[in-house]
Ligand binder design. Structure first.
Ligand code: ATP
Ligand code: MG
Length: 140
Protein backbone atom coordinates (compact mmCIF):
# COMPACT_ATOMS: atom_id res chain seq x y z
CA UNK A 1 0.00 0.00 0.00
CA UNK A 2 1.44 3.36 -1.05
CA UNK A 3 1.89 6.30 1.29
CA UNK A 4 -1.07 8.64 0.87
CA UNK A 5 -2.01 12.12 2.10
CA UNK A 6 -5.33 13.41 3.37
CA UNK A 7 -6.63 16.81 4.50
CA UNK A 8 -7.92 17.33 8.03
CA UNK A 9 -9.64 20.19 9.88
CA UNK A 10 -10.07 20.53 13.63
CA UNK A 11 -13.30 22.53 13.64
CA UNK A 12 -14.26 25.56 15.83
CA UNK A 13 -16.08 23.44 18.45
CA UNK A 14 -12.78 21.58 19.01
CA UNK A 15 -10.48 24.62 19.20
CA UNK A 16 -13.00 26.38 21.47
CA UNK A 17 -12.73 23.52 24.00
CA UNK A 18 -8.89 23.39 23.73
CA UNK A 19 -8.96 19.90 22.19
CA UNK A 20 -6.21 20.34 19.56
CA UNK A 21 -3.71 18.20 21.47
CA UNK A 22 -6.24 15.52 22.49
CA UNK A 23 -7.41 15.09 18.88
CA UNK A 24 -3.86 15.16 17.49
CA UNK A 25 -2.95 12.37 19.93
CA UNK A 26 -5.78 10.20 18.53
CA UNK A 27 -4.65 10.97 14.94
CA UNK A 28 -1.04 10.03 15.72
CA UNK A 29 -2.09 6.92 17.68
CA UNK A 30 -3.96 5.77 14.55
CA UNK A 31 -0.62 5.72 12.71
CA UNK A 32 -0.97 9.00 10.79
CA UNK A 33 1.78 11.65 10.67
CA UNK A 34 0.87 15.37 10.84
CA UNK A 35 3.14 16.68 8.04
CA UNK A 36 1.63 20.20 7.89
CA UNK A 37 -0.50 22.16 10.35
CA UNK A 38 -1.66 25.74 10.89
CA UNK A 39 -4.32 27.54 12.91
CA UNK A 40 -6.40 29.95 10.84
CA UNK A 41 -9.70 31.79 10.88
CA UNK A 42 -11.59 30.81 7.72
CA UNK A 43 -13.31 33.53 5.74
CA UNK A 44 -16.89 32.94 4.53
CA UNK A 45 -15.50 32.75 1.01
CA UNK A 46 -13.00 30.02 1.97
CA UNK A 47 -15.65 28.01 3.83
CA UNK A 48 -18.12 28.37 0.93
CA UNK A 49 -15.51 27.18 -1.58
CA UNK A 50 -14.45 24.33 0.67
CA UNK A 51 -18.01 23.04 1.17
CA UNK A 52 -19.31 24.03 -2.32
CA UNK A 53 -20.45 20.41 -2.88
CA UNK A 54 -23.05 20.98 -0.12
CA UNK A 55 -24.32 24.39 -1.30
CA UNK A 56 -27.82 23.14 -2.16
CA UNK A 57 -28.22 21.32 1.18
CA UNK A 58 -30.51 22.89 3.83
CA UNK A 59 -27.65 23.07 6.37
CA UNK A 60 -25.19 24.92 4.08
CA UNK A 61 -25.70 28.39 5.65
CA UNK A 62 -25.42 26.95 9.15
CA UNK A 63 -22.26 25.07 8.11
CA UNK A 64 -20.56 28.23 6.78
CA UNK A 65 -21.61 30.16 9.92
CA UNK A 66 -20.14 27.43 12.12
CA UNK A 67 -16.86 26.98 10.20
CA UNK A 68 -16.19 30.73 10.39
CA UNK A 69 -17.29 31.12 14.03
CA UNK A 70 -13.82 30.58 15.50
CA UNK A 71 -10.31 29.33 14.75
CA UNK A 72 -9.76 26.04 12.95
CA UNK A 73 -6.60 23.96 12.61
CA UNK A 74 -5.96 22.77 9.05
CA UNK A 75 -3.64 19.81 8.60
CA UNK A 76 -2.11 17.46 6.08
CA UNK A 77 -1.89 13.86 7.34
CA UNK A 78 0.32 11.22 5.80
CA UNK A 79 0.43 7.43 6.08
CA UNK A 80 -0.51 4.16 4.49
CA UNK A 81 -4.14 4.32 3.35
CA UNK A 82 -4.38 7.75 5.04
CA UNK A 83 -7.83 8.75 3.70
CA UNK A 84 -9.63 5.67 5.03
CA UNK A 85 -7.51 5.41 8.16
CA UNK A 86 -8.39 9.00 9.06
CA UNK A 87 -12.12 8.49 8.37
CA UNK A 88 -12.01 5.43 10.62
CA UNK A 89 -10.50 7.36 13.52
CA UNK A 90 -12.93 10.29 12.96
CA UNK A 91 -16.02 8.07 13.19
CA UNK A 92 -19.46 8.66 11.67
CA UNK A 93 -20.64 12.22 10.81
CA UNK A 94 -23.35 11.95 13.48
CA UNK A 95 -21.60 11.37 16.84
CA UNK A 96 -24.55 9.34 18.14
CA UNK A 97 -23.73 6.80 15.39
CA UNK A 98 -19.94 6.94 15.76
CA UNK A 99 -18.03 3.90 17.03
CA UNK A 100 -16.47 3.84 20.50
CA UNK A 101 -13.00 5.35 20.69
CA UNK A 102 -13.43 7.55 17.61
CA UNK A 103 -12.79 11.31 17.70
CA UNK A 104 -16.45 12.15 17.04
CA UNK A 105 -17.74 9.66 19.62
CA UNK A 106 -15.38 11.09 22.22
CA UNK A 107 -15.60 14.80 21.41
CA UNK A 108 -18.27 15.86 18.85
CA UNK A 109 -21.21 17.92 20.12
CA UNK A 110 -23.71 17.23 17.29
CA UNK A 111 -24.00 16.25 13.61
CA UNK A 112 -23.12 19.85 12.68
CA UNK A 113 -20.55 20.66 15.37
CA UNK A 114 -18.69 17.42 14.88
CA UNK A 115 -15.11 18.47 15.75
CA UNK A 116 -13.27 17.25 12.64
CA UNK A 117 -13.24 17.07 8.87
CA UNK A 118 -11.45 14.50 6.73
CA UNK A 119 -11.25 14.14 2.95
CA UNK A 120 -13.43 11.41 1.44
CA UNK A 121 -11.06 10.29 -1.37
CA UNK A 122 -7.46 10.84 -2.52
CA UNK A 123 -8.67 13.07 -5.39
CA UNK A 124 -10.64 15.40 -3.07
CA UNK A 125 -7.72 15.34 -0.60
CA UNK A 126 -5.39 16.78 -3.26
CA UNK A 127 -7.88 19.59 -4.06
CA UNK A 128 -8.49 20.40 -0.37
CA UNK A 129 -4.76 20.38 0.50
CA UNK A 130 -4.05 22.78 -2.38
CA UNK A 131 -6.75 25.20 -1.09
CA UNK A 132 -4.86 25.74 2.18
CA UNK A 133 -1.19 24.75 1.76
CA UNK A 134 1.62 25.44 -0.67
CA UNK A 135 4.04 22.61 -1.37
CA UNK A 136 6.88 24.02 0.76
CA UNK A 137 4.61 24.10 3.85
CA UNK A 138 4.26 20.30 3.77
CA UNK A 139 7.24 18.49 5.23
CA UNK A 140 6.94 14.71 5.21
P1 ATP B 1 -16.67 16.30 6.68
O1 ATP B 1 -16.88 16.52 5.19
O2 ATP B 1 -16.77 17.58 7.49
O3 ATP B 1 -15.47 15.49 6.98
P2 ATP B 1 -18.53 14.13 6.56
O4 ATP B 1 -17.84 13.77 5.27
O5 ATP B 1 -18.60 13.08 7.63
O6 ATP B 1 -17.87 15.40 7.22
P3 ATP B 1 -20.57 15.43 4.99
O7 ATP B 1 -21.79 14.72 4.57
O8 ATP B 1 -19.48 15.68 3.98
O9 ATP B 1 -19.98 14.65 6.27
O10 ATP B 1 -21.02 16.81 5.64
C1 ATP B 1 -20.09 17.86 5.80
C2 ATP B 1 -20.34 18.54 7.12
O11 ATP B 1 -21.60 19.21 7.08
C3 ATP B 1 -20.43 17.61 8.34
O12 ATP B 1 -19.20 17.25 8.87
C4 ATP B 1 -21.24 18.46 9.29
O13 ATP B 1 -20.39 19.42 9.94
C5 ATP B 1 -22.20 19.17 8.37
N1 ATP B 1 -23.46 18.44 8.27
C6 ATP B 1 -23.69 17.28 7.59
N2 ATP B 1 -24.96 16.88 7.73
C7 ATP B 1 -25.57 17.80 8.52
C8 ATP B 1 -26.87 17.96 9.04
N3 ATP B 1 -27.85 17.10 8.76
N4 ATP B 1 -27.13 19.05 9.82
C9 ATP B 1 -26.17 19.96 10.08
N5 ATP B 1 -24.90 19.87 9.63
C10 ATP B 1 -24.60 18.80 8.87
MG1 MG C 1 -17.46 15.16 3.69
Amino acid sequence: MAIERTFSILKPDATERNLTGAINALIEKAGLRIVAQKRIRMTREQAGTFYAVHKERPFFGELVDFMTSGPVVVQVLEGENAVLKHRDVMGATDPSKAADGTIRKLHAKSIGENSVHGSDAPETAAIEIAQFFSGNEIVG
